[in-house]
Write a protein that binds this ligand. Sequence first.
Ligand code: PMP
Length: 404
Amino acid sequence: MTTASIVDNFPALRQSIGDKSLVYLDSAATTQKPQSVIDAVTRYYEHDNANIHRGVHTLSQRATQSYENARKNIASLLGANRPEEVIFVRGATEAINMIAQAWARPRLVEGDEILITEMEHHSNIVPWQIVCEQTGAILKVAPVLDDGSLDIEAYKSLLSEDTVLVSIAHVSNAIGTINPVQELCAFAKEAGATTVVDGAQACGHLQVNFQEIDCDFYAVSGHKMFGPTGIGCLLGKYEVLQEMEPWQGGGDMILSVSFEETTWNDVPFKFEAGTPNIAGAIGLGAAVQFIEGIGYETMVSHEQELLAYGRGVLENIEGVTLVGASEHNAGVLSFTVEGVHPHDVGTILDHAGVAIRTGNHCAEPLMRRFGLSATCRASLSVYNTTEDLDRLGLAVQEAIRILG
Ligand code: PMP
C-alpha cells in the first residue's frame, strides 16, 4: 500500500464539513477506522455472533477462534513472548487501573513509592493516586524539560530502594514526546522496581517490542491504532501475570466455583471476567493486519516527514508558538496562538473543515508545567498529507485574522 492510497481505506475521511472537505488531525484522540476493521466487526455480527469459550456449537467455535486469533495477532505485532501475555480490556485506562488494583494494591505498604512523569495522561496519574490513598504509598513525579523531553537525570535521581513501581508514557498524547522506555525501564529495574509503560499513543505509530522494552506491563489502546473503541490490551510478563490476583470476579475467569472454594482459570482468562468485547477484539485483530499491510517503517517515515512539514507551516505564522516540540516526537503538533483561546481556534478550524483537539488533553499537570491551561493539538496519522497541513496553516491564519 502506498501512502497516497492509504487514505482510500478510510470511509469517514471521505466527507465534508459544511462545504469543506474534512481534514482529520485528531488521531491522538482516536484514529479513523479502515474499511477492513469495519468489515471484520460487521462480519462477526452478521455471521458468527455467539458467546466465546463456552459453546460447542459452530457459531461459538467460530467466534472463539476469531477472538483468539486476534490475541495471537496482537502478541505477534507487539512482540509478546506468547499470546497468553495479552489480556483483553476496555482500553489503556482499564489496563492501568487493573495493574493498580490487582498488582499494586496488595503489594504496596506505607512509605513505598510509585514514580511517574510530569507528562502523563490522567489515566496514568489518577489510578496511582487512588492506590496511594488506599495503601499509604507515595507518588513521585519526574519533571519535563522545556523542550518537552523527560529530565532523565532527575528521573534517575528519583529512583531508590523505596520505588516499588514505575509507570511511564511511551508517547505523550499532549505533546507527542517519545520516551526512551527501554532505557528508563532498565534504570527502574536496577532499583528493583516493577515497570509499567503506557503505550496508548505508541502502537498506532511506532514499532513496539514488549520483549525488547522488557517492562513488566504494557498498556495498549485499540482505538488509537485503527481498532474499535472499547477494546485494548494489557500485556504482562507471563510469570508476573501468574502471580497477580484477579481483578474482577465472574464467569470465564474461574476453573471451578463452590460456596466453599473457588479456583481461578489460567492466564489470561483469569483476568477476563464476563463476556468481553468480542467484536472489538476481532476488529482490533483486523487493525493489526492493516498495520502489518503498511508496515511501521512506512508509517514512521511518512509521519516524520509530515511532522517536519507541519512544524514549518506553523512556525511561519506570526503569533503561533509550538509547545513541547522535542526532537523525538510521534507526530503531535501542540501549539498556542497569541491572543486567541485554543477553543476559539478549534471552532474556527472546524468551520474550515479542519478537526483538531483543544483543551488540556487530559494532561493538566503538563499544561501547568508550561504555564498554560490549554493548547491546540493537531495530531497526525498515516492517512494525513502535506495538503492537510497547508489547510491547517490557512485555517490558523484565518483564526488570527478574525480573532487575533
Ligand atoms: N494514556 C494516554 C497517553 C492516552 O493518550 C490515552 C487516551 N487519550 C489513555 C492513556 C487512555 O486510553 P484509552 O482511551 O484506551 O482508555
